[in-house]
Design a protein around this ligand. Structure first.
Ligand SMILES: [Zn+2]
Length: 155
């Protein structure tokens, strides 16, 4: 008998797996809000106990899972303040200088890569084509912003 749950339940189960990881290893809570900006809400180069992740619950479950993994990737990259500062020295700069925009873009790329590794560590199956498509859409927004921050905003 197959123990593989139905697709929808599987995504919900995977989501709670990532939530547990975030809570127990990083102390970060996840909130769901329809139409809200999906992001890791933190300040500076590190994460603290009050930081949290918001996921747009209006999107389908699989999208939410991949977005949650990506935000967890950011949290992991920010676990060690010194390491984050050394790797992305300009990412927290007040103004949108070229240096800042490129460091932000570099972190976005690396958060997706770290997220992929996390999915393997937590034994979460991902649909490669859908994952790649979501990653492309997300990174393209940052590319547009990095190219012209006055015309194209990301929050
Ligand atoms: Zn991101």
């Amino acid at each position: 008998m197959s123990a593989r749950p139905a697709t929808k339940n599987r995504h919900a189960e995977y989501i709670s797996r990532v939530e547990n990881y975030l809570l127990w290893s990083l102390g970060i809570h996840v909130h769901y809000d329809k139409g809200e900006q999906t992001a890791l809400y933190s300040e500076g180069h590190s994460i603290s106990k009050d930081d949290f992740i918001v996921i747009d619950s209006g999107k389908r479950k699989e999208w939410q899972l991949y977005a949650l993994l990506h935000e967890a990737g950011h949290a992991i990259l920010r676990k060690n303040k010194e390491a984050h500062e050394a790797t992305f020295p300009l990412s927290e700069h007040k103004r949108d200088t070229i240096g800042k925009r490129i460091d932000v873009l570099r972190e976005e790329v690396m958060a997706w890569e770290r997220a992929k590794r996390l999915s393997l560590e937590l034994q979460i199956e991902i649909h490669t084509e859908k994952w790649n498509k979501q990653r492309t859409t997300s990174l393209m927004e940052y590319v547009r912003w990095a190219y012209d921050p006055k015309e194209y905003r990301v929050d």
